[in-house]
Design a protein around this ligand. Structure first.
Ligand code: FAD
Length: 568
């Protein structure tokens, strides 16, 4: 029998990978294979249940990666969840659909990625979206939209579950947040996110099930004969051709391991890595693309010297408080407040801006040193200055606060959106079955921890403001015995670091940036030094976003698909 071969081999059938598989297999004359470590979860209730957030955690569909001990967070580890299934992390996530601040996407172009800006990406957000227009009743409960920002015909169903209309809390929260100085934002998907909002979800409203990447982009197209899903199969590494193309490495196939053994799947055109921000870097390193010093430690021959593979890891940190609710709180719906730094810090914002500005050079030095000099201070400083401008000049949202009231419990969680801390992810060995070593360096900088405290205090103040104050009883967690109103900064800091979790938004580990700025992929998402290897997943986002990630990842993967199609 002849060896299997395809025009395109995609490693990782997750959120991004299935978009690319779908769009490339629209071309009848090409063949596409998707290698996925997990399997179908179409009938897994932990996945499909719209109210089932977190029930899939710790099951066989969760990679449950462990981080290294976190130096700046009392040495504790974190569990970083990620989906191991056809559909990837979109099968276990919180279903929130929020995009980004328009300026953040424009910044991708500012730093050298031609063609990557909000206006252009908006066409792809819309292309991916099958917006489910809210009913009158849903609008009365906080759903809202401006039609010009939504697509009606895309594969991904986006809207509000009908059950959100059981909630009695919208008007009270809206009034309270207005008193806190925050306006209701009827449309947070148009690039302006600051305000109080009830954003849509990735949900199939009629079937009342989670809308994950497989449901949107694969199952309706499963009969395509040129699209092959190879599940329960791990991609190990890229197999290279003996000859190069003008000095660039040429991928000839992918080595995979199934339950029956290890084999090579050959590729006629391209390999596309879509294994997620914590795994695509490992695939490159196992293939000999990375930092020669690290590859040498593991006895892997260097194919492409690209020192920044796995660097620039950016994630967020999440804490939660909760109150006892009163009986008038009914239904389950989530509400988001996205305050700017001025709304949070009030008249202290200017002083904070100056203080953070004066530390940016030292942030850059610290991150460069932590990368063993692989990242350059000047490049980091440019990125941090842009981030500072977004936070303090452009006033993008500084934190997201999510209110989840349900009957007797009123939970509130939050995460500062743009921490300065950066870490890395690298292989532990040359064995593809070893999970990577992940070090996000949470709370590397004092301001990242300080923000975590300030937001918690802001939440307490909001919850003590009428009319919401009338809907709750005592604070249950952490509670005033643990954290009295006048608790010291030290006590707060301890609480934050003992109880935080990752916000599960790792990005940046194979950043799309010019090579001289530490980038790993070009604006065409091609890995530098290779002829036919691209990356399409959260790894390529050069900077953290104020939105949750999937909407932007679907849009990026849609654009990537067009770029790939146009190149043939
Ligand atoms: P993934 O979707 O993770 O896809 C990677 C795929 O590659 C997986 O299927 C994996 O099994 C596979 N894979 C990995 N290694 C290999 C290998 N070696 N061989 C073969 N296959 C491999 N975002 C939102 O927008 N809204 C939310 O509410 C939200 N909540 C979240 C809650 C949680 C608990 C988590 C973990 C994330 C959440 N996110 C949310 C983030 C978002 O879901 C992810 O950022 C996004 O799905 C990542 O997409 P991706 O394409 O980069 O990778």
């Amino acid at each position: 029998t002849s060896s299997p071969h395809y025009d395109f081999v995609i490693v990782g059938g997750g959120t991004s990978g299935l978009v690319v598989a779908n769009r490339l297999s629209e071309l009848h004359n090409v063949t596409v294979a998707v290698i996925e470590a997990g399997e179908s979860v179409l009938n897994n209730f932990n996945v499909t249940n719209v109210m089932g957030y977190s029930t899939a955690f710790g099951t066989q569909v969760d990679w449950a990666y462990q981080t290294e001990n976190q130096t700046y967070a009392d040495g504790l580890q974190q569990t970083v969840r990620a989906g191991k299934a056809l559909g990837g992390t979109s099968t276990i996530n919180g279903n929130s659909y929020t995009r980004a601040e328009d300026l953040q996407i424009d910044t991708w172009e500012v730093v050298g990625n031609k063609g990557w800006n909000w206006k252009n990406l908006l066409t792809y957000y819309k292309k991916s979206e099958g917006f489910e227009v809210p009913t009158e009743d849903q609008i009365a409960h906080g759903a809202n939209y401006n039609a010009s920002y939504h697509g009606l015909d895309g594969p991904l169903k986006v809207g509000w579950p009908y059950s959100m209309t059981n909630s009695s809390v919208f008007h009270a929260l809206k009034d309270t947040m207005e008193k806190m100085g925050m306006n209701y934002n009827p449309e947070s998907e148009g690039g302006k996110m600051v305000g109080f909002t009830v954003h849509p979800d990735t949900v199939d409203r009629e079937k009342n099930v989670r809308e994950d990447a497989a449901r949107a982009y694969y199952w309706p197209y499963e009969t395509r004969s040129n699209l092959k899903i190879i599940s329960n199969t791990r991609g190990n590494k890229i197999i290279w051709a003996n000859s190069t193309a003008g000095g660039d490495a040429v991928a000839a196939g992918v080595e995979v391991t199934t339950e029956y053994g290890t084999e090579i799947i050959y590729v006629d055109r391209e390999v596309i890595l879509s294994a997620g921000a914590l795994r695509s870097p490992a695939l490159l390193e196992l293939s000999g693309v990375g930092n020669p010093a690290l590859l040498g430690q593991h006895g892997i021959p260097v194919k492409v010297n690209l020192t920044t593979v796995g660097e620039n890891l950016q994630d967020q940190t999440n804490n939660a408080l909760s109150w006892a609710g009163v009986d008038t709180v009914t239904g389950l719906a989530t509400f988001s407040a996205l305050p700017s730094v001025n709304q949070l810090y009030g008249d202290k914002a200017d002083a904070l801006a100056a203080s953070v500005k004066s530390q940016l050079a030292s942030y850059a030095r610290t991150v460069a040193q932590a990368s063993n000099g692989v990242l350059k201070e000047a490049n980091l400083l440019e990125a941090f200055n842009l981030q500072h401008d977004m936070i303090f000049k452009s006033q993008v949202p500084y934190t997201e606060i999510v209110f989840s009231p349900l009957g007797q419990s009123f939970a509130v969680e939050y995460w500062p959106l743009l921490p300065f801390s950066r870490g890395h992810v690298h292989i532990r060995s040359a064995n593809a079955s070893d999970l990577p070593a992940i070090n996000p360096n949470y709370f590397m900088f004092a301001q990242d921890a300080e923000a975590q405290v300030t937001v918690a205090k802001y939440i307490r103040k909001s919850m003590a403001t009428a009319p919401v104050s009338g809907l709750i009883r005592e604070e249950q967690s952490p509670g005033l015995e643990v954290l009295p109103t006048d608790a010291s900064r030290e006590t707060w800091d301890k609480w934050v670091k003992a109880h935080y979790r990752t916000n599960y938004h790792p990005v940046g580990t194979l950043s799309m940036l010019p090579r001289e700025k530490g980038g790993v992929v070009s604006p065409e998402l091609k890995v530098y030094g290779t002829k036919n290897v691209r990356v399409v997943d959260a790894s390529v986002l050069p900077f953290q976003l104020c939105g949750h990630l999937v909407s932007t990842l679907y849009a990026v993967a849609e654009k990537a698909s067009d770029i790939i199609k146009e190149s043939y």
